[in-house]
Design a protein around this ligand. Structure first.
Ligand SMILES: [Fe+2]
Length: 448
């Protein structure tokens, strides 16, 4: 049995209680258009039972959307802030959200999964606008399922950029987050401290959206897999197994480590317990995560964690996952199609990402007194490698990286800079020997 706290909700399509609950909560609450959303949900799940067609899921993470009204009146301040940041193009939030909507319509998945860090820094306005966009997709027959990330709730730096000033704006509490995304999540199955929930996409495929983010009273970057989550997930896994269903889990932070260069704040604390529960269940072997901003696939003892690259960072990654009733699954990382962006944005985005990498290292190389020619060569190399690494195109065993003269130049200063260590340890390692863009899982043992 699902824990009592979950009570009402775990199946879709044939569960009048769920439909009643959705109806009731929306009537008390948030945005117009529920009837359309409900009809979409009923249509999708109500007609799908017994349908053996593969299920197509679109996975989006780290959208880091900032409501345009919070940056469009900035006199270049915000763009300068972003230039010194981590490659995100939040100053194109309007265009990226529109692009995401077009991409979703074009792909028309059976559902869209958003694995956290929806907002830039937790601004209420950003969440409200995103929920409105998701509502449109739901109305068009693409249900959206959401969990929060570490930037979404109680975030202390929610702010806006006006002319040359930064000013705080309202963020959201856990309750406000639940209210805003009410149609796109079914919280409380794992108790009031989490927004974890399970949904039955088909009778043979269940989704366990595991909220392991920390945000109360203040957010922290790393995730924590609590006893409440463990009890909830075990019940979901057991019930799914009894029903002959497979389970795909979703978290914001990584379930298993991805890279030697990853900070501990990237992996879920106690995540090994969750991984073990999944392995022992025999019906769950795939977790979908984000948070890293890099596109990467990791495997440990038969369990896979796919970190979909940040949608806010060029080349604007998202994932498409096709799952079949026998358990076979294929994942492919894609990039926002140029046709769904303003003209020339793809080129501008690549330049933007590389410029942010170069800006970080330029001062250091100058301070070391390296000749200009060498500095430029090294910066080009750093930009190229970092772009490949983030986008998932990087193949560490490709000799092109170690044979580049800039590799030797970076090696000479590797003791003086953490970037130099990263740039010289990654090439030639086995870290990215596996494709970060594609994964094919065979038929599941015991699958239907
Ligand atoms: Fe995150």
């Amino acid at each position: 049995m699902i824990p009592a706290a979950s009570g009402k909700i775990r199946t879709m399509g044939d569960d009048p209680v769920l439909l009643h609950e959705l109806w009731r909560t929306r009537k008390s609450g948030i945005a117009p258009g529920l009837a359309v959303v409900l009809l979409a949900v009923i249509f999708l799940f109500g007609t799908a039972m017994g349908d053996e067609a593969p299920l197509k899921l679109m996975i989006v993470s780290d959208i880091h959307y900032l409501a345009p009204s919070l940056y469009e009146n900035s006199d270049g301040l915000f763009e300068n802030v972003m230039k010194r940041a981590d490659g995100k193009m939040t100053h194109y939030s309007r265009e990226l959200l529109e692009g995401l909507m077009w991409e979703a319509r074009h792909q028309h998945p059976d559902a869209m999964i958003v694995s956290g860090d929806l907002s830039f820094n937790g601004e209420k306005e950003s969440h409200l606008e995103l929920a409105e966009a998701f509502e449109k997709l739901s109305a068009e027959g693409i249900p959206v399922w959401v969990i929060p990330g570490n930037h979404d709730i109680n975030y202390p730096y929610a702010g806006q950029y006006i002319e040359d000033r930064y000013e705080p704006v309202p963020n959201v509490s856990p309750k406000e987050f639940r209210d805003i995304y009410n149609p796109f999540m079914i919280p409380d199955q794992a108790g009031k401290n989490h927004m974890s929930y399970a949904i039955k996409l088909r009778d043979w495929l269940w989704l366990a959206m595991c909220d392991a983010s920390i945000y109360d009273p203040l957010p922290a970057s790393g995730g924590l897999y609590t006893g409440e989550n463990a009890t909830w997930l075990q019940a979901v896994l057991d019930e799914a197994k009894a029903a002959g269903a497979q389970v795909i889990t979703v978290t914001h932070q990584s379930l298993i480590p991805h890279t030697a260069f990853m900070l501990s704040a990237m992996t879920i604390e106690n995540g090994s317990l969750m991984a073990e529960q999944m392995r022992l269940s025999g019906n769950a072997r795939l977790n979908l995560s984000g948070h890293l901003h890099i596109q990467h696939i990791s495997e440990a003892d038969g369990l896979y964690d796919i970190a979909t690259g940040a949608f806010s960072v060029p080349p604007f990654r998202y994932g498409m996952l096709t799952v079949r009733e026998n358990g076979a699954a294929e994942y492919e990382a894609r990039a926002l199609c140029e046709a769904h962006m303003p003209q020339d944005m793809a080129r501008l985005a690549k330049n933007w990402f590389e410029a942010t990498v170069k800006a970080k290292e330029r001062a250091l190389l100058e301070a070391l007194g390296l000749p200009e020619e060498n500095r430029e060569r090294m910066l080009e190399y750093a930009a190229k490698l970092n772009h490949a690494y983030f986008s998932g195109d990087f193949v560490s065993t490709d000799p092109v990286w170690t044979e580049d003269p800039a590799f030797r130049l970076w090696t000479e200063i590797r003791e003086k800079d953490s970037m130099a260590r990263y740039l010289t340890e990654l090439p030639g390692s086995f870290e990215n020997a596996r494709s970060a863009l594609r994964l094919a899982l065979p038929v599941m043992n015991g699958g239907r």
